[in-house]
Each structure stands twice: as C-alpha cells, then as structure tokens.
Design a protein around this ligand. Structure first.
Ligand code: ZN
Length: 347
C-alpha cells in the first residue's frame, strides 16, 4: 500500500468540494484525475474524475466460430414489436461476453465474419471493429465512474437490420482509502492534481489515436515473472484531504530491477521520463488498445520500436510519484482505462 500513493497518478484525482462527483469523461491516463483540464482550475467545485479507459485484447476461442445463425426469427414469435425484435436476426448473431458488466470491465462483442461494413456504437460513440481469430470484434470499455444502469449498443452492417441492445452497468464496489502525498514530491495536493492533469493530457493524446490494424495475433499476458503480489487494485478510491484520486490501473509489487515485459506485440509510442509517473512506456497494440508501464527504473526500448509479447521493455523502479518499487500497469481501450486483471482474463 505504500505505493498506493504513487498510483494516484494513475488514479484520477477528483476534487471534491462539496462535493459531488460528477462524471465526465476524460480520457486520461491511468489516473484520471478527476478534473479535467478545464475543471482543474477550480478546485472548488465538483469534480470528478473519471476515467477509465481500457482496452482489451482478446483471443477468442475457436469455438466461437459457431456463431452463425443468422436466421431471422419469425416475427410472430416475438410479441413485442420493438426494435429489439426487429433486430432479432442480428441479435442472434452478435454476441456479448457480458451484458451486465461492472464498472471497470471490458465487454467483448463477437460479430460474424461475413457481416460487412460493420459499425458499432456504445452510448453513441463509435467503437473500432476489427478481425481477430476468425471473427470480427468490438470492445466496449466500461469506465470506473460509468453511470450505473442502462447503456445502449447499436450494430449496423450492410444488408442486415440495425440492431440495438441495452447492457446494464453494475457498481464496481471499489474500496475507499485514505492516502497521503509522499514527502519526496514536495508538492501540495493542488499542485499534484495539476501535475497529474498535465501528464494525463499528454498520455491521453497518445492513446486517443486508433491505429487501424492489430499488431498482435495471440492473447495478452501479464508483464512480470511473478504477477501475484498485488499492492493496489484497479478502481481504488483514494482520498487526500479534499481531493479524490481514482486508481485506474493495478500495482504489482516486486524488487527494483525486476524485468518488465510487453503484454503483447505492438509498437512503442512513448518511452520517456515524467515527473509524476516517472519513467514510462506506452505500447500501441492496434485498434485502440494500449498498455502502459509506469515508474520504471530503466527504460529498455524506444519510441517507434516494434516489440513482441514477453520482450523486456524496462525494469521495475520507483521513479515519480511512488513510495516504493512497483509497476503500475494500465490498459486503455478506446481511450478508457479498464481493469487490467479482468481484461487479461477475458482475452
Ligand atoms: Zn498504481
């Protein structure tokens, strides 16, 4: 928990003034500072943080391919004549890994390969659609601060009826902890928040770009030889004075110098030193999926490098806003930080 502090970084900071947290979507890095750039300025009001971006990758089981049935359901069958029924055809063919996800999860959609010109939207926003292991997919990242309840997903494809489905987001039940600021930083809470916002803005700009191709052909793996020592989980809500910071990644404990490997094949988009996140590496896996490795002691790769799954890209350290050696890992999907540990199970 020592590092927790560090994680703030990752987490977003939200100011709570009086504090209602509002949700907004900012896309930031790991941390979401609750404040978005604009809001940052005013501490007083409500802020909120949010951010969870996640990205998912996945490998789909071969079995999946059996999803084919596209036979239209007899109209009569369904009494209701609503949109949903109208879309029964697609509804049978398009599958969701979960229609009642909790905050921080990533929903994987499996779409038949024969569907052409597929467009998927989640709450009105377009989600990348790409082919992987014989099917087409779209990933729906559920932010840690996503509103609980109903959210809309639409699917459109050439020659098919439009499809609309509602998924229900459940509370992530994230723990609330009190956290201080490491003395070594020598910053006030307000300065910390401002610093995080600045760094988040840079990171968000990096991960906002969707590279229209997948760089990987296999599922994701965790970055350390020993990934069992979890110091702080995704979604933890850290309170420091009147600020709230959401931890948008997971912290793995270990020793300084432990090797850190790329979670999958990709291209390095960021490899540099920052004040609060320390030495960071950001890998683009394509189609809106990024993995981020923070607080490294040493970076062993460079911007533009093609890396392979399992390739060492740096070693563990405690640079930046960290109170001890650990790796803060974040996974961004379509600009949202999602829970890396759940993501890895799914894909
Ligand atoms: Zn962390």
């Amino acid at each position: 928990m020592k590092y927790v502090v560090l994680m703030l970084v990752i987490a977003g900071i939200a100011l709570i003034g009086g504090f209602a947290l509002t949700q907004e979507r900012s896309q930031m890095i790991v941390p979401n500072v609750a404040t978005s750039s604009q809001e940052t300025a005013s501490l007083s009001s409500s802020v909120n943080v949010q951010e969870a971006t996640s990205s998912a990758t996945f490998s789909i089981p071969a079995a999946t391919s059996s999803v084919t049935s596209t036979a239209p359901a007899p109209p009569a069958t369904s009494p209701a004549t609503t949109t949903q029924e109208t879309n029964m055809v697609l509804s049978d063919a398009v599958r969701f890994s979960d229609i009642a996800p909790s905050q921080g999860e990533t929903v994987r959609m499996d779409i038949p390969r024969n569907f052409r010109n597929v467009t998927v939207t989640f709450d009105g926003k377009n989600m990348p659609v790409f082919a992987f292991e014989g099917e087409q997919h779209a990933l729906l990242p559920i932010k840690a601060q996503e509103t609980e309840g109903a959210h809309t997903v639409t699917v459109a494809a050439a020659g098919e009826k439009n499809y609309l489905k509602t998924i229900t987001v459940r509370n992530g039940n994230f723990p609330v902890v009190a956290l201080g600021i490491p003395p070594k930083l020598g910053v006030t809470p307000a300065e910390l928040v401002q610093g995080l916002e600045k760094e988040n803005a840079n990171i968000n700009a990096r991960v906002a770009k969707v590279t229209p191709q997948l760089y990987f052909t296999k599922g994701f793996g965790l970055p350390l030889a020993d990934n069992t020592k979890i110091g702080s989980r995704y979604g933890e809500i850290r309170k420091t004075g009147d600020q709230v910071i959401y931890h948008m990644g997971v912290d793995f404990e270990g020793k300084e110098g432990d090797s850190i490997a790329a979670m999958n094949d990709g291209v390095v988009r960021e490899a540099q030193h920052t004040q609060l996140y320390g030495n960071i590496v950001i890998i683009d896996h394509g189609e809106g999926i990024y993995t981020m490795y923070l607080h490294l002691k040493t970076i062993l790769t460079s911007v533009g490098a093609r890396v392979r799954k399992g390739q060492v890209i740096g070693v563990m350290g405690e640079t930046g806003y960290a109170t001890g050696p650990h790796l803060h890992l974040s996974v961004k999907v379509n600009g949202v930080s999602i829970d890396p540990l759940r993501f890895i199970k799914e894909f």
